[in-house]
Design a protein around this ligand. Structure first.
Ligand code: AMP
Length: 631
């Protein structure tokens, strides 16, 4: 088949036959009984009755054909370590990690929290968990103790795998203190903490709880740990993401549907061939890291590069030197990274042999036209935008060049990917918009295709009430993004409909940041909004009302308090969530019923018209924000 329109239609109209074919791309220990059970919308059970294993499909399956080819290529420009692991070596490492976890009491269905920098042991831990049927929950290493504690509390891990430290721009970021503090804060206590000691930062050890990975691994040097065959619907992992409320949602992914979805995406969207090299510059703490640093490329029989470091260190040519050295054929990054590189001479990109590279995929945040044009010109390669979310695990919108070559349009992530019955919905009346270029909420008619979230961990109700509207077979999933569709069927994403902001491709909830700032003893009230930023896409901007106005009487005092608040956010949530500025006001703009007018604050910060303010309680409140932003 080489007509994408037909391919797509079939994925919707003849859903089970379509996905049944895609399921042939992976190994099954026992074939499934049913492709899709959607008897209880919006809960979709894909490949029910089938037995499989994610680690088998990512690692063991390739031993017969490519045992001595590279599987994992680790490059750290932070510690100057470069190491490659063949599929055979990766298989051995994963079994070792699996044996260590088993020795700590981890069994099928147990949660294991992984709080690690970008080091090979993090990949071993993820693969080891799914190998034995344990459910991993990777927490981004940039998050601090309060963020980590809420995740420990929610997923109640039996064990945590962590490391002494990460490193960023040559600066060591110790993890152990944050981890101990997070465990203190959480009412759930993991039985075991497995620590990888990189020799970067000193660590204190909690007796009978903390174990050293190297010591434990040495005891099981030649461990043979068979794959645990699990039902296709068995959860593979939980990945927390921000939403409207302060409490992060645990996105729960299945096993069979996810394996099939990734295998299909490697073929139809990313066009990576077995034996080639895939380089995704994301972090394992994010969904792109799960799907396209670890699982997708390995399922596709490709080598994957795991890179610890900045894109500009030792210089802005580092990524491209890796493309040359490892003959990368598919690369995946975020628009922010391209905007960072744009500040440097394009020579850095072109002085390396990039002939192996077929395309650069960008996702995670809107790709602005100047950046897209710059990087496409500098690389001389196709730049392919794709739009998706932690919830979906793989692209909702994109260009499936593996099916049919289609032109990209600047500013658009493309067209609905097979399996996603995408609709634009009028927010006011819930009806579908059919006229081109009308703005609506991007929604997907259920069932979501394989690979998407099964539910919110331990909270089916929240899954339904957060994401779904309508009833029965007509239930509609909301992405919480605004979009338009042009006359050719290409979509354009116009930003979130909720209080989620996107800072350098990192998704953050403004409410989480507000909660953290409010915990400062001198803050009475605070509003956080996302404001457009040339480099990061958006930055968080905070406006706080202080309890004691004498603390902010002059600039120096205000700066001091601002510094304290920023440090508080750093310590609780992590530097990624730190607002660009914290400004002080005596009152926040609200409606008469007491609702914060975030969109009005955001508009003022961005120099736009604040819109209809007839419901505003105190017009002087917005004026204060205008005055603050003006200085
Ligand atoms: P995350 O769950 O962290 O991947 O964030 C998902 C959100 O990032 C989406 O809901 C969008 O708001 C935004 N996003 C992701 N990819 C794109 C893209 N290609 N263009 C515009 N926005 C995007």
């Amino acid at each position: 088949m080489n007509n994408y329109a037909d391919f797509f239609r079939r994925s919707i109209d003849d859903r089970d036959a379509f996905w049944g074919e895609q399921a042939q791309l992976v190994d099954w220990k026992k074939p499934y009984d049913r492709v899709c059970n959607y008897d209880n919308p919006p809960f979709a059970k894909w490949f029910e009755g089938g037995l499989t294993n994610l680690c088998h499909n990512a690692v063991d399956r390739h031993l017969a054909t490519r045992a001595d080819q590279n599987a994992l290529i680790f490059v750290s420009t932070e510690t100057n370590v470069e190491r490659t692991y063949t599929f055979r070596e990766l298989h051995a490492e994963v079994q070792r990690m699996a044996a260590v976890l088993q020795a700590q009491g981890v069994t099928k269905g147990d949660r294991v929290l992984i709080y690690m920098p970008m080091i090979p042991e993090a990949a071993f831990a993820m693969l080891a968990c799914v190998r034995i049927g344990a459910i991993h929950s990777v927490v981004f290493g940039g998050f601090a103790s309060v963020s980590l504690a809420s995740r420990i509390e929610d997923c109640a891990p039996v064990a945590i795998v962590s490391a002494d430290a990460g490193s960023r721009g040559g600066k060591v970021v110790p993890y152990k203190g944050l981890l101990d503090e997070a465990i203190n804060l959480s009412s759930h206590k993991p039985a075991r903490v497995v620590m990888v000691d990189r020799g970067l930062a000193p660590m204190s050890t909690v007796a009978r709880r903390d174990v050293d990975y190297a010591t434990e691994a040495a005891k099981v040097q030649n461990a043979q740990v068979p794959c645990e065959w699990v039902d296709a619907t068995h959860p593979s992992y939980i990945l927390y993401t921000s939403g409207t409320t302060g409490k992060p949602k645990g996105v729960q992914r299945d096993t069979g549907g996810y394996t099939v979805a990734l295998a299909a995406s490697m073929k139809h969207i990313y066009m990576g061939e077995p034996g080639e090299t895939y380089f995704s510059t994301s972090d394992i703490g994010w969904v792109v890291g799960h799907s396209y640093i670890i699982y997708g490329p390995l399922i596709g029989g490709m080598a994957t590069i795991m890179y610890e470091g900045l894109p500009i260190r030792p210089d802005a040519g580092i990524w491209w030197s890796l493309v040359e050295k490892y003959k990368v054929s598919v690369m995946f990054s975020a628009p922010t990274a391209a905007r960072v590189l744009k500040k440097y001479d394009p020579e850095y990109l072109t002085k390396y042999d990039l002939s192996s590279l077929k395309a650069l995929f960008l996702a995670g945040e809107p790709l602005d036209e100047p950046t897209a044009k710059w990087i496409s010109g500098a690389l001389g390669k196709p730049i392919i935008d794709n739009y998706w979310q932690t919830e979906t695990g793989w692209p909702i919108l994109g260009i499936a060049n593996g099916v049919e070559t289609k032109a990209s349009k600047f500013g658009s992530p493309g067209v609905p990917m097979y399996g996603y019955n995408v609709r634009l919905i009028n927010e006011a009346n819930g009806e579908e918009l059919t006229t081109p270029n009308e703005k609506g909420v991007v929604a997907v008619q259920g069932p979501l295709p394989p690979g998407c979230m099964q539910t919110v961990w331990q909270d089916d109700k929240r899954f339904v009430s957060t994401y779904w509207t309508g009833s029965g077979a007509n239930m509609m999933y909301s992405t919480f993004d605004w979009g338009i569709k042009d006359a050719d069927g290409y979509y354009f994403i116009l930003g979130r409909t909720d209080d989620v902001i996107n800072v350098a491709g990192h998704r953050l909830g403004t409410r989480e940041i507000e909660e953290s700032i409010s915990s400062h003893p001198n803050v009475a009230e605070v509003a956080v909004v996302g404001v457009a930023d040339q480099l990061k896409g958006q930055v968080a901007m905070a406006f706080a009302v202080v309890k004691d106005a004498s603390l902010v009487t002059d600039d120096a005092a205000a700066r001091k308090l601002e510094g304290e608040i920023m440090k508080l956010v750093d310590d609780q949530l992590g530097a990624v969530a730190r607002p660009a500025r914290v400004r002080f006001v005596t009152v926040l703009p609200k409606t008469r019923s007491g609702k914060l007018l975030r969109r009005a604050i955001q508009a003022v910060c961005e120099g736009r018209d604040a819109g209809d303010l007839t419901t505003m309680d105190d017009p002087a409140a917005l004026q204060q924000i205008k005055d603050q932003v003006a200085v």
